[in-house]
Design a protein around this ligand. Structure first.
Ligand code: PGA
Length: 249
């Protein structure tokens, strides 16, 4: 994945039908070659991954997945799970790990996240590692400490910087319409970079995520510290996603 800003749509459990997913992918395909300074990407649901990836295979749009099997990178008896090898075979180039919805709804622990990162790296997938504090932690001014704790798992894994992207997503900003101020995000990203530097991880992009939309993307895009955006809701409509990409371009 080249070194530029990233705007990645996290489709989560959307849309309801393959036809709608293909419509979104069709729109993304029209951006092929248009976005020299921005790498555009999307993470379709697993059931749509193969079709979306097929449609986008001859474009510069990145396709990733939202989850990965922690127990094998290859094949095995893990009912309901999808391995790194299978994801790569569909054309996936990256995987989200540590999203707050996975941490909270599925109780994903540090041990599990570590294993998922290892399996992804085994298959040469780029890892978009998501970190973020809760509202309580934000209010108690614990954000930086919480992020340091979440980032600490990277020191136990040999992650090449070239295979890592960080997405800073305050839990309280996801899907709520609320965001920290741009100054807060910039300061937080500087802190994340210094933690990464201390681990020997240089040149890693740090994206912001949490209620990024067509109206606020421009503020975030102005700062070098903000390496792009991970976009949920606003990535599901072609016009708002296009405006966010434009803001970062
Ligand atoms: P949101 O989600 O843009 O809908 O807030 C972002 C995310 O969860 O990655």
């Amino acid at each position: 994945m080249k070194n530029s800003k990233y705007v990645i749509g996290n489709w989560k459990t959307n849309p309801a039908t393959k036809a709608q997913a293909m419509e979104l992918a069709q729109f993304l395909s029209t951006l092929n070659g248009q976005t020299k300074t921005v790498q555009v990407g999307c993470t379709p649901s697993l059931v749509h991954l193969d079709a979306v990836s097929g449609l986008l295979s001859k474009t510069d749009i990145l396709v990733g997945c939202q989850d990965i099997c922690a127990f094998t990178a290859d094949v095995g008896a893990y009912t309901g799970d999808v391995s790194a090898a299978q994801l790569v075979d569909t054309g996936a180039q990256f995987v989200l790990v540590g999203h707050s919805e996975r941490r909270s709804y599925y109780g994903e622990s540090t041990t599990l996240l570590t294993a998922k990162i290892q399996q992804a790296l085994h298959a040469d997938l780029t890892v978009v590692f998501c970190i973020g504090e809760t509202k309580e932690q934000y209010t108690a001014a614990q954000t930086l400490t919480v992020l340091e704790e979440q980032l600490a798992i990277l020191s136990s894994i040999e992650v090449p910087a070239s295979k890592l992207i960080i997405a800073y997503e305050p839990v309280w900003a996801i899907g709520t319409g609320l965001t920290p101020t741009v100054d807060e995000v910039v300061n937080t990203h500087r802190h994340i970079q210094s933690v990464l530097t201390n681990m020997g991880l240089l040149g890693v992009s740090v994206l912001y995520g949490g209620s990024v939309n067509a109206s606020n993307a421009g503020q975030f895009a102005q700062f070098d510290e903000i390496g792009g955006a991970l976009v949920g809701g606003a990535s599901l409509k072609a016009d708002s996603f296009a405006q966010i990409i434009e803001a970062f371009a």
